[in-house]
Design a protein around this ligand. Structure first.
Ligand SMILES: Nc1ncnc2c1ncn2[C@@H]1O[C@H](COP(=O)(O)OP(=O)(O)OP(=O)(O)O)[C@@H](O)[C@H]1O
Ligand SMILES: CCCCCCCCCCCCC/C=C/[C@@H](O)[C@H](CO)NC(=O)CCCCC
Ligand SMILES: [Ca+2]
Length: 585
């Protein structure tokens, strides 16, 4: 309170030839035009935390920086929101206002007070950042995006950055694991989800090394990372950016970094036996998503289009896979993946998790072992044939799917959503996929289940580990639709289920496996009995895995999706929708 009184400042200022009353009070800076009869006109109010910078003189930064150094003027740069095209989040732009004061003393008082206020109200603003640019991500525009759109903003905000343009894959991860990180407040990646994943692995690994914890132990309570991560989107999918900011826009993301926004994020660890394989935040997918990734890796040269091409090819190959899925349900009283809520900026479900994980907000000291201390719930086991098995720690919304894989998932609630898509006829599966592109509920289908979980185990039915391929009579599995329906009914009753269908497998050499095209479900008589796991865009080398969700293991320079933009069920924004469809929020 004292601080607020101390920082209050009010005076008459000029903007061009118009008189304004400017007030700095508590959390807000606002200015109101005053007409000749002393009546107030429109007020613009900016949270002090969203002031980007305060400069003496009349300053512009675009198209290039220019300073007219006058005694009585000062310029304030701040975050200005505007609606975005087809995304449902808000675009942030740099707003600018140039004030003239009656005296230099008053000008200096304003700049001093504003600078002190913004430090007080946004304590996590970075001073020094380590920036990794992937020059080959997405459309290969990472360098240009950083130098033309982001660097001028960082400079304006007084942030010093050490920039590394990567020369090889995993360079950023290795740097974070081994090099001196003293003095940095955060790490920024300019690239896509793959680049983010490198930063994630580097920072989590480094933090555990320093805490003396073994990442290979699947039961260990991992230490949260002290450095924040910023993402400047320049990749193909940019799912993590989209799901945590709501738009894919380098300027919006740069402004979130500058003002030191902080968004915790759940992370899933993936182990095989007693070895850590990888961490995941957006998609751990077996079956369809694994096959799409494996196929798309062969067509990297297509750039972002490779996923559309491979998605179509894999869909046409019409495959399903046998597996045993075991999961540890999360507390159903806290939230549900079917509750039709959305995790938005300031989400109360995630805030409750923060209080539970870090009771006295001493973020890095009291992270308890969420996994072993949980006594609620027992492991549930299901067995059958699946089109896909997916686990996501967040909604995983992306431009292709504006509400994501699991629209009601939370960024930081310490749980993940497990989506089981049982084998079904091709049109049913197409319906499921298609619903990801609209606001229709993809879980409201008889062959789809979704569970909010804390851990998942996946294994192959006995005999399947050695079996790589199976014979088919042309149609996948060689069984007809009626029979498949029967298998589904049988295998979905009760918690411990057994597969009615048993495949007769035939061993293939590794070379044969590599040489076999993915489309063999359509054009030849053998389909693979195993798929691969897609772990945030990387193929895992193991099929049988144990996954655990670690609540709020990392923090991003973001704040979640801001409410404000209305979304139509066509996925378009309020003023853009021409289809007359219903508003959902
Ligand atoms: N200099 C480099 N040369 C080759 N590969 C690199 C280099 N720097 C980073 N990489 C690797 O490139 C991979 C893909 O990069 P990135 O995620 O930036 O783009 P993308 O694949 O187009 O986008 P997305 O992951 O969103 O689909 C990452 O896994 C990263 O490890
Ligand atoms: C008939 C219309 C069908 C439309 C189907 C839309 C389904 C879209 C769901 C998209 C979910 C993306 C989840 C994010 C995954 C990322 O970690 C990963 C790395 O960037 N991307 C992929 O693996 C790329 C995966 C691409 C899958 C298609
Ligand atoms: Ca979550």
């Amino acid at each position: 309170m004292e601080m607020e009184t101390e920082l209050r400042l009010e005076s008459s200022l000029w903007v061009g030839n118009k008189r304004y009353r400017a007030v700095l009070s508590g959390w807000h800076f606002n200015w109101t035009e005053v007409d000749k009869k002393n009546r107030d006109k429109k007020t613009i109010s900016v949270p002090v935390a969203e002031v980007v910078g305060v400069e003496e003189g009349r300053v512009e930064i675009l198209p290039r920086k220019s300073v007219e150094d006058t005694d009585k003027d000062f310029t304030v740069f701040y975050v200005k929101r505007s609606s975005s095209g087809s995304s449902y989040g808000l675009l942030w732009r740099l707003g600018r206002i140039q004030f003239s004061c009656p005296s230099r003393v008053l000008r200096d008082q304003w700049t001093k007070h504003l600078r002190t206020a913004l430090k007080t109200h946004s304590p996590l603003r970075p001073n020094r950042l380590l920036v990794f640019i992937n020059p080959f991500g997405g459309k290969k525009k990472g360098r240009k995006i950083y130098h033309s759109l982001v660097a001028p903003l960082f400079e304006l905000a007084g942030i010093s950055s050490h920039v590394i343009v990567t020369e090889r894959a995993n360079q950023a991860r290795d740097h974070l694991l081994k090099k001196d990180l003293k003095g940095f407040d955060g790490v920024v990646c300019v690239g896509g989800d793959g680049m983010f994943s490198e930063i994630l692995h580097g920072l989590i690994g480094r933090t555990q090394q320093e805490a003396g914890l073994s990442e290979n132990d699947p039961t260990v309570a991992l230490q949260p990372c002290p450095l924040h991560i910023g993402i400047i989107p320049a990749g193909s999918t940019d799912c993590v950016c989209y799901a945590t900011v709501g738009v894919i826009d380098p300027v919006t993301s740069a402004l979130h970094i500058i003002i030191g926004d902080s968004q915790p994020l759940d992370v899933c660890s993936v182990h095989q036996a007693s070895a850590l394989m990888r961490y995941s935040v957006s998609l751990l997918g077996y079956g369809f998503y694994g096959d799409v990734l494996a196929e798309s890796e062969k067509h990297r040269w297509m750039g972002p289009l490779r996923y559309d091409y491979s998605g179509t090819m894999v869909y046409l190959s019409n495959r399903s896979y046998a597996g045993i899925v075991q999961y540890l349900p999360a507390d159903p009283l806290l939230s549900s993946p079917r509750d039709r809520t959305r995790c938005l900026s300031g989400c109360s479900v995630c805030s409750r998790t923060t209080e539970r994980l870090f009771p006295h907000s001493s973020v890095y000291s009291s992270h308890f072992n969420q996994f072993s201390s949980d006594s609620e719930g027992e492991w549930v086991s299901v067995e059958g044939r699946f089109r896909c098995v997916s686990l996501t720690c967040m909604s995983s919304s992306c431009p292709k799917s504006p509400l994501g894989l699991s629209p009601s998932a939370h960024l930081a609630d310490g749980t993940g959503d497990l989506i089981l898509v049982w084998d079904t006829h091709p049109l049913g599966f197409l319906k499921f996929l298609y619903r990801h592109t609209s606001t229709q509920d993809q879980f409201d289908l008889p062959f789809v289940e979704v569970h909010r979980v804390k851990a998942v185990r996946f294994s192959l039915p006995s005999g399947k580990e050695e079996e790589a391929y199976k014979e088919t009579g042309g149609l996948r599995g060689g069984i007809d639709e009626e029979e498949r329906g029967y298998i589904e009914t049988v295998s979905r009753n009760g918690s411990q289920q057994h597969l009615a269908e048993r495949d007769t497998g035939q061993e293939m050499t590794n070379e044969q496996k590599m040489a076999t095209p993915f489309l063999c479900g359509l054009c030849c008589s053998k389909v693979p009995a195993k798929s691969v796991w897609n772990c945030d865009g990387e193929i895992l080398s193991s099929t049988e895995i144990l996954c655990r969700i670690h609540g709020q293991l990392v923090r991003l320079y973001a704040r979640g999706i801001e409410e404000g933009a209305a979304v139509h069920n066509c996925g378009k924004e309020n003023d853009k929708c021409q289809m007359g469809c219903t508003l959902i929020k």
